[in-house]
Design a protein around this ligand. Structure first.
Ligand code: RI2
Length: 309
């Protein structure tokens, strides 16, 4: 089944990256809506809500996922017929996918303007929007060089260096713990986000806050590339972002782990960088200081506070 298939791929990280999982969820909901034949609208809605909750439960941190699902499902209960409900879901899913792709392009355009000719840029993990900014700066003729971290334990840095290499960008591949050794060579840090909270804190791949701390100490600016659907509406009413803790086997094989009965592996996938470490968040609506996160949530996310209760 389409939905369980997509859910499995998101869980196993075959589909990964906050933007990509959001688009994959919208696609799965669209295809599911097209494949079911419920007898009446309430049954359609119930089945779609079941599918939506399977998708949302796959990974808890990237808020792009529940935001995308919310946008696709919003208004489903108002349709008078099954056909109307179905075409609403299809339309909203298509709209989300297209506007997400458009956002990625806009952020690349805006973000590239913050990169100067000759800059050495550090990036952590694999963010399509962060890389979009870097590649656009290169494409527009700026001579840049990138330092990309390895990103233990899932090694997303390998995807990053492949993409940068294919774009013809001079790239240095470093282990995560080498960031401080190189920070004095760096002009700008550019990373992505899985979630942005109402107080402008950025939740991103584990290690991002260490990079941010190192950059702050060295007075190196840090910008975050994040589409507006990565801002977390429920943080307005005090919800916290859940940090996903992934299987220990990603860090240490079960074979070795079982010889170490006193050792517990901890494997949080994300950490939180406070707003004061971040100079700008580049969204498709323009760049904002992180302290303006609330405005993005109010203006662009369309959640009604009443829905949170
Ligand atoms: P884009 C990723 O999470 C990384 O933390 C990355 O910075 C973030 O999502 C945003 O990615 P994971 O899926 O949406 O690798 O910018 O755990 O591609």
């Amino acid at each position: 089944m389409i939905v369980t298939d997509t859910a499995e791929k998101i869980k196993s990280m075959e589909i990964r990256g906050a933007g990509r999982i959001a688009r994959a969820a919208a696609e799965a909901l669209r295809d599911h809506a097209l494949s079911i034949q419920p007898p009446y609208t309430a049954a359609f809605q119930q089945e779609m809500e079941r599918a939506a909750s399977i998708l949302v439960a796959t990974r808890p941190t990237a808020v792009s996922l529940p935001n995308a699902v919310h946008m696709v499902m919003n208004g489903i209960g108002e349709a008078k017929t099954v056909d109307e409900a179905r075409s609403g879901v299809v339309q909203r899913a298509e709209h989300f996918i297209q506007s997400s792709q458009h956002a990625v392009e806009k952020i690349a355009e805006f973000g590239a303007r913050h990169i100067r000719d000759g800059d050495k840029i550090l990036t952590h993990c694999n963010s399509e929007v962060a890389l979009g900014c870097i590649i656009e700066a290169h494409r527009s003729g700026k001579e840049i060089e990138v330092f990309a971290t390895e990103v233990r334990p899932r090694n997303q840095g390998l995807i990053t260096i492949r993409t940068l290499n294919d774009a013809g960008i001079k790239t240095n591949f470093i282990v995560d713990s080498a960031v401080r050794s190189f920070i004095n060579e760096i002009d700008l840090v550019v990373v992505g986000a899985d979630a942005v909270t109402v107080n402008g804190a950025v939740v991103n791949k584990i290690g991002t806050s260490q990079v941010a701390h190192t950059a702050k100490e060295a007075r190196v600016n840090m910008i975050v590339a994040a589409e507006t659907y990565k801002f977390a509406p429920k943080t307005v009413v005090g919800d916290l972002i859940t940090i996903e803790e992934r299987p220990s086997s990603e860090v240490l094989s079960d074979e070795i782990a079982k010889t170490l009965p006193h050792v517990t592996v901890r494997n949080p996938a994300f950490d939180v960088t406070p707003a004061e470490y971040i100079d700008l968040i580049v969204t498709e609506q323009g760049a904002i200081p992180p302290q303006m996160a609330y405005i993005i949530i109010r203006e662009y996310l369309g959640w009604d506070i009443a829905e949170f209760h």
